[in-house]
Design a protein around this ligand. Sequence first.
Ligand code: NAP
Length: 276
Amino acid sequence: MSATVIDGRAVARTVRADVARRVGDLAVSPGLATVLVGDDPASAVYVNSKRKQCVEAGIRDLHQHLPGDIAQAKLEAVVDDLNADPEVTGILVQLPLPDHIDPARVVNRVDPAKDVDGLTEISAGRLAQGRSGLRPCTPSGVIELLDAYAVPIEGAEAVVVGRSELVGRPQAQLLLQRNATVTVCHSRTRDLEAVCRRADILVAAAGIRHLVGAEAVKPGATVIDVGIHRTEDGLRGDVDQDAVRPVAGALTPVPGGVGPMTIAMLLRNTLQAAMR
Ligand code: NAP
């Protein structure tokens, strides 16, 4: 038996097409302000693909490229201006920021109504309390993949490996909101394999290549590989895909699994923020 391949590119295409159709129905198109500070090449690549896919979906590109030596106060003032600008319906501050900047202060400056990355304390608090709000893009993309492949979430044993603000924590909250029984693992978890083996849905988001092998997977489980590692052989994930494929029931590949969903969900959040 070989696991069903969960095709993130196809699901992302469907989400983007749906967003484009709904944007077309709006009287005024949404405007996304991506804020890029400095010249980090990886960040520039990420921001460029976000901008490109936004434009393709009919969202206005209100990009701001700021110098790497910008002062904290000046950067916060830029965010304040974007908050006040009615043309701007969504704001995304590309992380990481230069070392002299306190990222939490900048991110939390974003108006929660425009927080299309879902990373402000208000958005995180609303998620933790089970209230409506804008959700972080990568973990909501994972939920979208599970739904697209009709993976039952309610009542399922879900194990999330990783507890970062960006992925693991919101992932656990989103699964809990859908009535999964959720366990969160981290660097101090004892016997990671045994805990992971309980999972009907296993989400690997630790940032350690091949952390999850066949011994960590219950036969037939759905395994979601969030990890991204650039290797000489191309992109790889946190899951040892060759080892896990014969054991899992379904598996997201790397590349082509969770990755494409992140920008698709950003587009959906931008639409949602504009419609409020
Ligand atoms: P992060 O901030 O470094 O968090 C990693 C988490 O994994 C931490 O909570 C850490 O635990 C836990 N961890 C580390 N070693 C572990 C171990 N041996 N066993 C169990 N847990 C362990 O990383 P992140 O930002 O969440 O990203 C995780 C991965 O996802 C990275 O590879 C990143 O590139 C990728 N990513 C992909 C996308 C996408 O679009 N596909 C988006 C975002 C991130 P402690 O809290 O105890 O330190």
